[in-house]
Design a protein. Structure first.
Length: 341
């Protein structure tokens, strides 16, 4: 019987250690030298692409991007000291920081900047952290990069120190056993870039009646940041004759060179000199690339309106005129006074 009691006592002593091990690697020896564990760093919101969940759940997340593309995410580092989560007793105000690394060395940008110290009270406080990764133009289709984002302690010297570890990782929601970690991982796979050509335009453009040269813009974009300057051809025509011939037909062609990732405007020139208010027309633009030829087209509605009269003598204009007259009169009177002397 004494042996049985001894075994039970030993089991009770080991049970806390077993429970801790089930929640993840939890050092029991305290903070490393130069580190202080008073709060509990955790990532409340992660990348969330693989599992579709808004929180930082277990498992890697995945995304596709083409060369030159930038992916932007908003994460939420947290001081995980809520009663609804398991924790290791680190339940006080503490100073944290954010760090991210790219395995392939791709460009990362963070706002707030990486390593900036953030003081969070106990009780589940977070801050919003933007992190972006840009695929280099040299990346080939099928290449991969691994982005690791981590919330960490600041060490005693006030420097961001991921090497300080974590007093309790992973934290676990007691109600459903879901776990939250101090880091999240995103795997980015390089895919083929979409066609570089894109055309932007307003759905509707208003043109004052009586204008004989109304410039209606279309924006031609080279959507591939990694593409060289590209020469695009374009043609702009009127659409259906909705105006009984009051707006002359146009058929304009031209070329424009657009740098990679940039846009330039071209214009269809409308003669509304004989048009009536409420006349409508449509402009259609067709844009194409050199070989291999890719086309894009857009349609824009033109609505003729009465010109809005511009009042000549507005309050600001009258005020300026009065002040100018007073000043001129003062100068004139001063000159007369001087001449009489």
């Amino acid at each position: 019987m004494k042996k049985l009691y001894a075994i039970l006592a030993l089991a009770l002593l080991l049970m806390p250690g077993i429970a801790l091990a089930l929640d993840g690697p939890v050092p029991l020896t305290g903070a490393p030298a130069g580190c202080s564990w008073t709060g509990d760093p955790c990532m409340r919101y992660g990348f969330g692409q693989a599992d579709g969940l808004p929180f930082n759940q277990p498992g890697w997340d995945y995304a596709d991007a083409f060369p030159g593309q930038t992916l932007l995410y908003t994460l939420a580092p947290m001081n995980m000291t809520l009663a609804t989560y398991t924790g290791g007793g680190c339940a006080a105000l503490d100073t944290f920081c954010f760090q991210a690394t790219s395995l392939q060395g791709w460009t990362l940008l963070a706002d707030p900047p990486m390593g900036e110290l953030m003081e969070l009270p106990a009780g589940g406080y977070i801050w919003w952290q933007d992190i972006s990764i840009t695929v280099p133009c040299s990346a080939a289709i099928g290449d991969k990069d691994t982005l690791v984002a981590r919330v960490a302690y600041a060490n005693i010297a006030g420097v961001c120190a991921p090497e300080c570890g974590d007093c309790w990782d992973a934290n676990k929601r007691i109600s459903n056993n879901q776990r939250y970690y101090n880091a999240d991982t995103l795997v980015v796979t390089v895919i083929a870039a979409p066609p570089a050509l894109g055309v932007l335009q307003d759905t509707l453009t208003l043109v004052d009646r009586g204008q004989t040269m109304a410039y209606v813009p279309f924006t031609i974009c080279n959507q591939d940041d990694c593409a060289p300057p590209t020469l695009y051809g374009y043609n702009i025509k009127n659409g259906v004759d909705l105006t009984s011939g009051r707006i002359p037909r146009i058929n304009q062609s031209g070329t424009v060179t657009v740098d990679g990732g940039a846009c330039k405007d071209v214009y269809g020139i409308i003669d509304a000199g004989l048009a009536l208010a409420c006349d409508y027309d449509t402009l259609t633009i067709i844009v194409w690339t050199p070989v291999p030829v890719v086309y894009d087209t857009c349609v824009q509605v033109i609505h003729i309106i009465e010109p809005i009269p511009v009042p000549l003598f507005t309050v600001p204009v009258v005020t300026i005129l009065v002040l100018a007259l007073i000043l001129a009169a003062a100068v004139f009177m001063r000159r007369r006074a001087v001449s009489r002397a």
